[in-house]
Write a new protein. Structure first.
Ligand code: EPZ
Length: 423
């Protein structure tokens, strides 16, 4: 398995281009199942998760062509001929569950493997299933698969989510576009990826109002037509690379960065002593002092501080002057980066969903292990300012969500390389 070797190498400077959002693309791609006309996505990120979703859609009979090096995904589900999303693919990527809603809405049936848990938590899909039942689907869970049927099609319903769920909101939103009548999603997630999905569905002829707020109303239509849609900028990749100059020093411009996508995160960076400035090309980030100040963080659904930036923020706070408290409120086990950072000399105490970080002046490079996508990149960020060499193993986690990380960081002066793994 490949490894990434990072050596603390002083301040960074230059520009980093931000790609299209993985988590938007992973819900936009299944939307092709809603129509027999072509759906083309531009500004798509080149990531292993996107390739996994491509394989899944192709296994259902959809055509997916990655053009222009993978930045354009030309899709058509005209030839849909299989309604079963196999465990072998689904177990690799939980977002596979997002084919359930579109397939059920268009075909009236779908068999999708339950995704199972993952490193950061049990991550059930009960809210997805309850939404489909509310819309009149019959669901039968057996041998690890959801067997869903909606004879005569789905019906509009009022769905009040007890917990804000990005995936359940996306699945129900897609299904509702073809349901008979009106669907109202209450306590809906407000993430930019959902706003992006709604905009794409509207281009396909869907009637949707309220995306980006907690209440989304959808008037079902008989059919959707094709469209072309650009994937929104990846706010998590953006936030991740904003932390590079904050940790290593210097100044970096994030091309395509939008402040509205990372407002709560940028506010925390400013409080820590990092400047975030809008430019005509994106966002410019620079650390204003030798050491950042400690700040407290609580992860919340958008527009709060994103859970997907918690691990990366912890890497910064390991170097801060003072003690920071990070509260992880979205997932039950999302501090697996803490023991790895502690191998580098970080002073962190984890109690349940709270991590207390006592900042230190220096971290020492060490061999560390990536445990999940965002934990892996937080170790790389810490390595940018650690003394000596940090070797991050199991970087297949990293490649799920970050395009060419060694190239993007190397181009702004980081000393970083990918070492081909053995076996
Ligand atoms: C999406 O996951 C993202 N993934 C995650 O990003 C992100 O961390 C998460 O939203 C929260 O923002 C994609 O978009 C592909 P949720 P999702 O449903 O939809 C509980 C990354 O690093 N829940 O909003 O699975 C759940 O256990 C990934 O890119 C239920 O209880 O997240 C969690 O505690 C990691 N029942 C909370 O809700 C359900 O049916 C939020 O989960 C669904 C969720």
């Amino acid at each position: 398995m490949d490894r990434i070797v990072v050596t603390g190498n002083g301040p960074l400077s230059g520009q980093i281009p931000i790609a299209g959002a993985k988590n938007a693309c992973l819900t936009l791609m299944p939307a092709t199942l809603l129509s027999d006309e072509p759906l083309t996505l531009t500004n798509a990120p080149r990531l292993s998760d996107i390739r996994t979703m491509t394989t899944l859609l192709q296994s259902l009979g959809a055509e997916v062509s990655a053009l222009n090096g993978g930045q354009v995904l030309a899709m058509s589900s005209h030839g849909l001929n299989n309604h079963t999303a196999d465990y072998d693919i689904v177990r690799k990527m939980r977002a596979s569950i997002l084919v359930l809603g579109p397939m059920l809405a268009r075909e009236g049936r779908a068999i999708v493997s339950l995704p199972g848990g993952c490193a950061i938590g049990a991550r059930p899909v009960d809210l997805h299933l309850k939404a489909f039942e509310a819309m009149g689907a019959d669901l039968d869970l057996r041998d690890g698969y959801v067997h869903a049927e909606a004879k005569g099609g789905l019906k509009g319903a009022v769905i009040d989510f007890p917990v804000v769920s990005v995936g359940a909101t996306e699945n129900a939103l897609m299904a509702a576009t073809l349901a008979k009548g009106t669907t109202v999603l209450k306590n809906a997630a407000r993430e930019p990826e959902i706003v992006d999905l709604a905009r794409c569905l509207r281009k396909m002829g869907a009637q949707i109002e309220g995306e980006g707020t907690s209440t989304i109303t959808i008037e079902g239509v008989d059919r959707l037509h094709g469209a072309t849609h650009p994937v929104v900028t990846d706010r998590i990749e953006l936030g991740t690379y904003m932390l590079a100059p904050a940790i290593a020093g210097g100044e970096v411009e994030l091309l395509g960065g939008r402040l509205d996508l990372v407002a709560a995160f940028a506010e925390k960076l400013e409080a820590a002593g990092v400047s975030v400035t809008e430019t005509d090309k994106g966002l410019k980030v620079a650390r204003k002092t030798d050491r950042v100040r400690a700040v407290d963080v609580v992860t919340e659904p958008f527009p709060g501080f994103p859970t997907d930036l918690q691990a990366q923020m912890m890497a910064l706070l390991c170097f801060a002057e003072g003690t920071s408290v990070l509260e992880e409120r979205i997932f039950e086990n999302r501090f697996m980066h803490a023991p790895e950072l502690m191998r580098m000399g970080a002073r962190i105490e984890v109690h349940g969903g709270t991590a207390t970080v006592k900042g230190v002046e220096k971290l020492k490079g060490a061999p560390v292990m990536a445990t999940d996508l965002r934990a892996s990149v937080s170790l790389i960020l810490a390595g940018l300012a650690a003394q000596g060499e940090t070797v991050v193993s199991r970087v297949y986690h990293l490649d799920r969500g970050y395009e060419r990380v060694e190239e993007k960081l190397g181009n702004v002066g980081a000393k970083i390389q990918r070492v081909q793994g053995d076996g």
